[in-house]
Design a protein around this ligand. Sequence first.
Ligand code: ZN
Length: 505
Amino acid sequence: MSEQSDELSDHLTRFRALCSTIQDLQQAQGLLDWDQQTFMPRLGAEQRSHQLAALASVTHERITAPELGELTHQLSEQPNLDQDLRADLREVARERQRALRLPRDLVAERARVCARAQSAWEEALTRDDFQLFQPHLERVLQIVRQAAEAIRQDHASAYDVLLEEYEPATSEQALRQLFDELGPALTDLLQRIQGSAHKPDLSVLQGRFPIRAQEAFVLQVIERMGFALDAGRVDRSTHPFTAGTMWDVRITNRYREDNVVPAIFGMIHEAGHGLYEQGLDPKRYRDFSGGYCSLGIHESQSRLWENLIGRSRSFWRFHFEPLKQAFPGVLDRVQLDHWYTAINAVRPSLIRVDADEVTYNLHVVLRFQLESALIAGQLQVPDLPGAWREAMQRLVGLTPASDREGVLQDVHWSAGLFGYFPTYALGNLYGAQFLEAMRRDLTEMDELVARGELRPIKQWLNEHVHRPGRRDWAPQLCQRVTGAPLSPAPALRHLERKYGEIYRL
Ligand code: ZN
C-alpha cells in the first residue's frame, strides 16, 4: 500500500470516529428527552435541563471542530469516492456550515428565549390569553429570523433556511406551489362531503374500553406490522411520540377509556415511525447519511401506516374480529361497515391533532401561510390571532371562539420551530405517492392486508425507503422510489376514491 493511501485510510478512520461520536451524543440527548417526557419525576427537570444543555454544547463543539473541517475537505478532494461516503461528506459539510455561521451567543440566547416562551405559552394556553404570549413570541420570532439571516447566504429566503433544518432540498416556493394545488382541491372535496346526505353513524364508537385491553390490542397490531419488541418498547405519555435508536426504539401512546380510536391510530402512527428507525441500515447507522432522510419522509411512514393501511377497509376485514374479542360485549352489535365509515368520518375541527384525513392538510396549509408571512415580515405578531381566525374560516370553514382553540393550540412556535409544520403535510403526500409505487410491486396488497399479513408492506418500505437513509435528500428519494417528483395528485386520488365511496359523492 502506498504512503498516500495509508494516509487516506487514516483520515477516513478518524473522520468516521468523529462522526460516530457526534451521532452518539445526539442519540444520548434523545434518550434523556424521552425519559423527561415519560418517567422522570417532576423535580428532575432543572438538573435535566443542565444535562441536555451540556450535551448540546459538546455536540456543537464537535461538529464545528477544525479537525473535522480539515478531514472533510481532504476526503472530498479524493476521486472515485463511493456514494455513501460522498453523502456523509455532503451532510457533515452542510451541518458544519450551519453551525459555524451561527454565533455562539445567539445559540445560547435562542435556547433561553425559547425556554421562557414555552412556559409563557403554557400559561397563555391555560388562561386562554394570547396577550401573555405575545411579547415572548415576538422575541422568539426576532431571534429565529436573526439566526436564519446569519446562515442564509445562498438561500432564496430566510424561511428556506429554517425549512432546510427539517427538510433539506425543499423550498418555500416549491411548498407554495404544492399547497396552492392541494388546498383548493381539499376545500372542494370537503364541501362536497359536507353536502352529502350520507353521514357515518358515530354512535358505534361509543363504549367502555378498559385501558389494559387497549394496550394488549395495539401491541398485537404493531407486532403484526413487524415492529420488533426486542429492539423497542412502548410506554405512556401525554402526547404520543417516538424516540431512541434503531436497536432501542421508544414509542409512547395515550389512552382514554371512553374511546379506543385514538389509541389504535396513535399506536399505528408511532409504530410507522418506529419501523422506519428499525429499518435503517445498521452498517451505516453511526454515519451522517445513515439516519432518517427528512422529517417529511419520517412522517410519510407514520401516515402511510396510520391512514392508508390502518384506516383501510382491508385492514379492518382482518382486525375487526380481534378488536371485538379484545372488548367482549362492547362492539357485539356493530357491523364492520359501520365501524369503517365511523373511524373515517370527516368532521372539520378547530384542532389540528384531532383533524381527519381530509382536513388535516388544510391545518398545515394555514400554518405555512401564516409562519412564512411572519418570517418575511409581512405579518406582525399582534395581528396573528386575527389572521388565524380569517384563514381558519377561509380554509376549514370554522372560526375559533377563543385563541386556545386557535393560534395558541400548538407548542411549535414557542419552541422556535418555524418551518416544521409543512413536514406533516409533506408526510401525507410522500406517503400516498409511496403507496402507489408499492401497489405496482405488491399487486395483491389489499388481499394481504385483509388476511392480516402486513410484513410484505414493511419489507417493501425497508428496501425502498428505510435502508437508503439520507443517501439522497427527499425529492431525489421520491423520484427514485416512485419514478416521479413529489406531487399532490396521489394523495388527492386516494382521498377522492375513499371518501367518494364513503360519502357517495
Ligand atoms: Zn408523526
